[in-house]
Design a binder for this molecule. Structure first.
Ligand code: FES
Length: 136
């Protein structure tokens, strides 16, 4: 009985992984399975928070020294693509000036992620807009 349940779980897991690989790029899967920048900074210098049109929220915390971003974290209650976007974006902006970070577009983020499915393009906009709000 227990063995059957474990087999069933393994099958479900394999099916989910297969569907993910069919839908998302390798980079997206890597970023959302291991989002090292997920969380919040203690006493951040800047905070941005936006609720997207889909109802999901993204928060970005920044540590800034001499107009340069020295550390960044993100938090979201959104989808896997949003987690991948938040993690990749917070990696891309480290050591950048705030002007350089504000110049990052959702297209650049999508390219860095190796693409996003059409129905998740808005997730990259949510991440970029949240960053811009934090910078403002
Ligand atoms: Fe809501 Fe991705 S941010 S679906």
């Amino acid at each position: 009985m227990n063995n059957n349940f474990e087999k069933w779980l393994e099958e479900i897991q394999r099916k989910i992984e297969y569907e993910e690989e069919e839908t998302y790029s390798k980079v997206v899967i890597r970023e959302y399975r291991n989002p090292r920048n997920f969380g919040v900074l203690e006493n951040p210098d800047a905070i941005g928070e936006i609720k997207g049109p889909c109802g999901d929220t993204m928060k970005i915390n920044l540590r800034i020294k001499n107009r340069r971003i020295t550390d960044a974290r993100f938090w979201t209650d959104g989808c896997g693509a949003t987690i991948a976007c938040g993690n990749m974006l917070t990696k891309m902006i480290k050591e950048k000036t705030i002007e350089e970070a504000a110049d990052i577009t959702s297209e650049k983020l999508i390219n860095a992620l190796g693409g996003l499915p059409e129905e998740h393009l808005h997730c990259s906009k949510l991440a970029v807009n949240t960053l811009r709000k934090a910078i403002k």
